[in-house]
Design a binder for this molecule. Structure first.
Ligand code: DI6
Ligand code: FE
Length: 406
């Protein structure tokens, strides 16, 4: 059977190939795609003689980069917390907001009120915002249901979003996000009666690709996270962890010791945690949207991560409370402006390193033969414009698995 080849030509490529310096750029380039996979990425002049092409698309000399990978989102939830934003602007503290029934508990109530279809419908506009800026893969967590059935409904909604739009969805079980009101002060009971049984169900029903937790004084202790991770290991599910966001509990080192794919936030990461992540190959996922929204002052130790060779990813952390951000471009600008990443690091953080954080580095995140043809074509003179500009979206075309998607 003939398998047609489409040649996307007259491009400048930022391949993000790890074996090339910087962004791995190639001028006068082309991408050849067959059955949704890249079969050639490089200088058009280097195409093999007689290379058969069924259709050619002239891309007008524009830049093509790997489609963004948003590797840490809480995209699925009910309701919103805009009123809390007003309360915070009026000077209310997080404790006061929580005592007034705000915070995660407010989103839990609104989420429990929706079934999987309702959650998917409520979340679709947020997904569309990501896709409009060139996202090809998105990680979506549970963590606002906090009962077995509602956590599973959130994961079904995440899977449903991947059916409703041309996008790859990685679903993460995050029941260990907060202890619900009915288990207040009883973390161990909540873990035993909800988190662990829900994880077994999520695994059995193919609803979760990874397991996450929130290791923080206001959430779960390292020992409690270790219990969650032990069950994930028993079920063969990879792990990741919200760690050192507001304090230093040694969460990143705990995650690294458990072979976590990533540790995330990391504002309070200590040198032992950096060393443990470097040794384990754990990716540092930086979330500047939460740092910005919370008006934090302590930054993740980016230079120490650089010096230790820890791969750094960047993500929106799209969530209703601490990071109501659904703009990869702004997230990259924040990572550069607020955390000191270079343009190349910010772009690698939303492509190659984000793919590694999700265990998808063989599938996407760079423009190389053999990978899924997930790329975005941009009307810019140089890739730096994608990180530099604020509130400007120069996307010309998003391509997912070889097909124009927007
Ligand atoms: N860290 C955060 O900043 C969010 N979750 C987490 O583990 C907060 C989520 C929310 O406020 O709704
Ligand atoms: Fe988060």
């Amino acid at each position: 059977m003939h398998r047609p080849v489409r040649l996307w030509r007259n491009l400048r490529l930022a391949t993000l190939r790890p074996d090339l310096p910087g962004l791995g750029t190639v001028e006068a380039a082309a991408l050849a795609v067959r059955q949704g996979r890249i079969v050639f990425a490089g200088a058009e002049a280097d195409l093999p003689p007689g290379f058969a092409v069924d259709e050619a698309v002239d891309c007008g000399g524009r830049w093509a980069l790997p489609a963004w990978i948003d590797c840490h989102t809480h995209l699925v939830y009910g309701g919103d917390r805009a009123h809390e934003f007003e309360m915070r602007l009026a000077g209310a503290t997080y404790a006061e907001i929580a005592r007034a029934g705000g915070g995660i508990a407010a989103t839990v109530a609104a989420t429990r009120a929706l079934d999987a279809e309702g959650l998917a419908a409520a979340s679709l506009p947020r997904l569309d915002a990501l896709l409009a800026e060139g996202v090809g893969t998105v990680e979506i967590k549970s963590g606002y249901g906090l009962t077995v059935e509602s956590e599973l409904a959130m994961l079904r909604a995440a899977r449903r979003l991947g059916e409703l739009r041309p996008v790859r969805v990685s679903a993460t079980y995050l029941a260990a996000h907060a202890t619900p009101p009915e288990y207040a002060g009883r973390n161990a009971d909540y873990i035993a009666e909800v988190v662990l049984p829900g994880m077994v169900r999520a695994r059995a029903e193919g609803l979760a690709d990874m397991v996450d937790g929130f290791c923080e004084g206001i959430a779960f202790s390292p020992a409690e996270i270790a219990t969650v991770f032990a069950e994930a290991r028993r079920l063969g599910l990879p792990v990741k962890l919200h760690a050192e966001q507001l304090s230093d509990l040694g969460g990143a080192a705990l995650a690294a010791r458990h072979g976590a794919r990533s540790a995330e936030h990391l504002e309070w990461l200590n040198p032992e945690g950096v060393a443990a992540m470097a040794k384990a190959g754990t990716v540092a996922v930086l979330l500047p949207g939460a740092f910005y929204t919370l008006r934090e002052t302590r930054r993740p130790p980016v230079q120490a991560l650089r010096d230790a060779g820890v791969a750094m990813a960047v993500s929106t952390d799209a969530n209703p409370g601490t990071s109501p951000l659904t703009s990869p471009l702004l997230a990259m600008n924040m990572a550069a402006t607020l955390f000191g990443l270079t343009v190349e690091e910010a772009i690698a953080g939303f492509t190659r390193n984000a793919a590694k954080a999700l265990g998808l580095e063989a599938e996407t995140g760079t423009l190389e033969a053999g990978k899924s043809a997930d790329f975005a074509i941009w009307s810019v003179e140089r890739p730096a414009e994608l990180v530099y500009r604020l509130g400007f979206n120069p996307l010309h075309l998003r391509v997912f698995q070889g097909e124009a998607a927007s």
